[in-house]
Design a protein around this ligand. Structure first.
Ligand code: AKG
Ligand code: FE2
Length: 317
């Protein structure tokens, strides 16, 4: 381990974009990037190529990044923008790193976009495969821009003006099988120790690509102006569009893989089918901005401040 880190830090050289290649994995979402060793020292050009690929393909995968540890993952992540703390409520890794470790069910086997219960929805999530089981434990991503684009005009007309309340106190019962709720890493009580509620437009205009994307996933509590029953019907109708298999890509992890997704244009789902094998992935998060609707209105906080999550308290650095 030590030898690996030393070798990496002493031999890391900026990778030229010329040596880097991007290969689509699916028709609507996902690409593999080859010829790069992720680090904080990459050239501006290389970082720009990686960023463009994330924006275009929504999720990108890198293999053989065995040299990475938390520190170097963070150093690379900061090249994409300032990082958030690990999570608004859960502490399983360090101040910047969320460890998702499981030997059976896990909290991520439900379709979601990360941390949509706050106003500044994360821009990018960077996930490192630390311990990968021999089988199972794939992750699936869906493209929420193509999902919007493929809606019939009549449904676009409905969602264009629709808003939803997202909360970390969401309806677990609708999202998980009973056995999967038993996540040993953190309790529901810890996850909701501070209550967050934010009203987001269901369709946001992406701040970098100007694409329209659907803002949904399991943190949605209800749609504004709709009762719970109507909300559930509408939610299922839209989620089915997002998670249609043709709109997704499924990644079979190998040790040392890294996945980076545009959290403003995707949902994801980690498949809990690895029996009792150990699986650990470690995530860092790049700060995002407040979603803006088609008619220019910004998301609105109803409860809970994410200032600390976004480090406005200047606790570190
Ligand atoms: O375990 C995974 O593959 C994904 C977990 C997850 O939802 C996340 O890292 O945001
Ligand atoms: Fe997630």
């Amino acid at each position: 381990m030590t030898i690996q880190i030393e070798r990496t830090s002493s031999t890391t050289t900026p990778t030229s974009p010329a040596g880097l290649s991007v290969h689509k994995v699916g028709g609507r979402v996902g690409a593999r990037i080859e010829g790069v060793q992720l680090s904080g020292d990459l050239s501006e050009d290389t970082v720009a190529v990686i960023r463009d690929a994330i924006l275009k393909h929504k999720v990108v995968f890198f293999g053989d990044q065995h040299h990475l540890d938390d520190e170097t993952q963070i150093a690379f992540g900061e090249r994409l923008g300032p990082l958030t703390t690990a999570h608004p409520t859960v502490n399983t890794g360090s101040s910047r790193v969320l460890s998702l470790k499981a030997t059976k069910g896990m909290a991520a086997n439900s379709w979601h976009t990360d941390v949509t219960f706050v106003d500044r929805v994360p821009a990018f999530s960077i996930l490192r495969g630390a311990t990968i089981p021999e089988y199972g434990g794939n992750t699936v991503w869906a493209n929420t821009a193509t999902a919007y684009e493929a809606l019939p005009e009549s449904l676009k007309a409905l969602v264009d003006g629709l808003w939803a309340v997202h909360s970390n106190d969401y309806d677990y019962a609708n999202s998980f099988d009973t056995e999967d709720q038993n996540n040993p890493q953190y309790t529901r009580e810890e996850f909701t120790r501070v209550l967050y509620k934010t009203e987001h437009p269901v369709v946001r205009v992406h701040p970098e690509t100007s694409e329209r994307t659907l803002v949904l996933g399991h943190f949605v509590q209800k749609f504004v102006g709709f009762n719970p029953k109507e909300s559930a019907i509408l939610f299922n109708l839209l989620q089915d569009r997002v998670t249609k298999l043709e709109n997704t890509v499924r990644w079979h992890w190998r040790q040392g893989d890294v996945a980076i997704w545009d959290n403003r244009a995707t949902q994801h789902y980690a498949v809990a089918d690895f029996d009792t094998q150990l699986r650990e992935v470690r995530r860092i998060t790049v700060q995002g901005d407040v979603p803006v609707s088609i008619d220019g209105r910004r998301s609105r906080v109803l409860e809970g401040s994410a200032d600390v999550y976004n480090r406005l308290d200047e606790l570190i650095r």
